[in-house]
Design a protein around this ligand. Structure first.
Ligand code: 2HG
Ligand code: ZN
Length: 465
């Protein structure tokens, strides 16, 4: 039987899409940089349907690309070879009841982060994770790429919130570890392996999400600074003096100009500065005094304080608005890297130079999560498949002792850099795991591990120790 027909029997005729007008939105990524035609789009309703779709695809040798909200930034959840089945998990969006005693909630992989946040809030708790794509990204995608966001500083990345997982393996086997036992060290921890595996080892269908206490008293401060070194000094003071510190992000003046122009608003700060830190504290009772004392201790005289929701959101829209403002200016190359704080100044100084040297006229916008040393390097200018600036930035991140991927994942965008970043031995171990769980290479081929092992280092690179 033809595959489309075989899948219609499983998910129903209306949930197998082949018409390009209908498949189109699933086939291109949010940035506009990655995408290709899918053989078809299948939209199962539950775990049993996912398992049966996987079995039928495996029987016909069809590769599968799992997709949640299609908000990924590394090309991992859109087709590329033109013959993959795009498996949309958005219909798996049921959210269970919050278990207040354990602080857990079970949610389908297709539930949005925003929906999980709302359910947690209604139960007096908090999801503990937040970022701008909250209302479109799905929990399965969040876990599959171990997303982080601004609050990871206090609550950890998605990994810290996974109390259990259910996943479908490449042969259709359903693995379920949803008991939520805090202590359970019987055997290998397979959920840990699946977190951050970007759909290459199994398809996540349900998540048991660990919640954190809800802290409604919040205050944010936007601090203009002369240098990244000053920003690091401020972070140190906040860590030492403000136990309620929840996030500490940064952006630069060029990014601020882009955002202000895009949002058609004036700068809330005058005069302008080279660097801005946006810090937020959250507690049960008003943390404003604590934040003010930490700022004073750090020698900060000039800061914008926002202690109500509307003004806090206006400050955060300057930081979170970077992504949209950049996309409005072109198709960006997104390089989400991590750099040790001690090397952050050097990295930020050198990025514009290495980008310009790689692709004359290209422009780099830099911002990110200061507290995690996580920099979002967005390069505008190069064609979608021109990777010279990408290579230069990733090379620099490694030379600074950093990593090529901090919270967006490796995807297809950085797969050929994995061996440089992790070393041959670690990548060989990863390949062994991949072969054991997906011997025919049907799950998200080409993501994380390059489709065929490259023999020479990425273009223009010398070895870093
Ligand atoms: C953020 O921190 C996201 O806003 C997106 O991780 C970053 O657009 C980006 O490069
Ligand atoms: Zn981020």
């Amino acid at each position: 039987m033809e595959l489309a027909q075989a899948l219609r029997e499983v998910v129903g005729a209306t949930h197998v899409l082949v018409d390009p007008e209908l498949t189109g939105p699933y086939e291109r990524d949010w940035t506009g940089r990655f995408g290709g035609r899918a053989r078809l789009v299948a939209r199962p309703a539950d775990t049993a349907q996912v398992a049966e779709v996987v079995r039928r695809c495996a029987a016909s040798g069809a590769a599968l690309i799992p997709q949640g909200g299609n908000t990924g930034l590394v090309g991992a959840s859109v087709p590329r070879a033109g013959d993959e089945v795009l498996l949309s998990l958005r219909r798996l969006n049921a959210i269970g009841e919050v278990d207040a005693a354990l602080g857990h909630v079970a949610a389908g992989a297709g539930a949005t982060l925003g929906a999980v946040q709302a359910v947690a809030k209604a139960a007096g708790l908090d999801a503990g994770l937040d970022f701008a794509a909250r209302d479109s990204c799905t929990l399965g995608g969040v876990v599959a790429c171990d997303a982080g966001g601004a609050r990871a500083l206090r609550h950890g990345t998605a990994r810290a919130h996974v109390a259990g997982l259910e996943a479908v393996l490449a042969d259709g086997t359903v693995l379920s570890r949803m008991s939520g036992l805090t202590k359970d060290n019987a055997g290998y921890d397979l959920p840990s392996l699946l977190v951050g595996s970007e759909g290459t080892l199994g398809i996540l269908t349900r998540v048991l999400w660990r919640l954190v206490p809800r802290l409604d008293a919040r205050v944010a401060a936007l601090v203009p600074l002369a240098s990244v070194e000053d920003a690091a000094g401020l972070l140190a003071a906040l860590r030492a003096r403000a136990p309620s510190l929840e996030s500490c992000d940064f952006f630069l003046d060029e990014g601020l100009s882009l955002v202000l122009a895009h949002q058609r608003r004036g700068s809330p700060l005058q005069p302008r500065s080279p660097v801005y830190v946006l810090a937020e504290c959250a507690a049960r009772s008003d943390p404003t005094d604590e934040l003010a004392a930490a700022l004073e201790r750090a020698g900060i005289e000039d800061a914008l304080i926002a202690d109500d929701t509307v003004s806090r959101e206006r400050l955060w829209s300057l930081r979170e608005g970077h992504t949209e403002a950049i996309s409005a200016a072109g198709v960006p190359h997104k390089l989400d890297v991590g750099v040790p704080l001690a090397a952050l100044g050097r990295f930020l100084d050198e990025v514009p130079r290495v980008v310009e040297a790689a692709v004359p006229g290209a422009r780099a916008i830099l911002f990110g999560h200061l507290g995690d040393g996580n920099v979002h390097v967005n390069v505008l200018g190069p064609d979608a498949d021109d990777e010279r600036a990408d290579d230069a930035v990733l090379e620099l991140a490694l030379a600074c002792g950093g990593t090529i991927s901090a919270e967006h994942g490796v995807g297809v965008a950085k797969a050929r850099w994995l061996e440089r970043a992790r070393g041959a031995d670690e990548v060989a171990a990863m390949r062994a795991i991949k072969r054991a769980l997906d011997p025919d290479g049907l799950l998200n081929p080409g993501a994380v591990l390059p489709a065929s092992r490259y023999t020479s280092p990425p273009r223009g690179c010398s070895s870093v120790g």
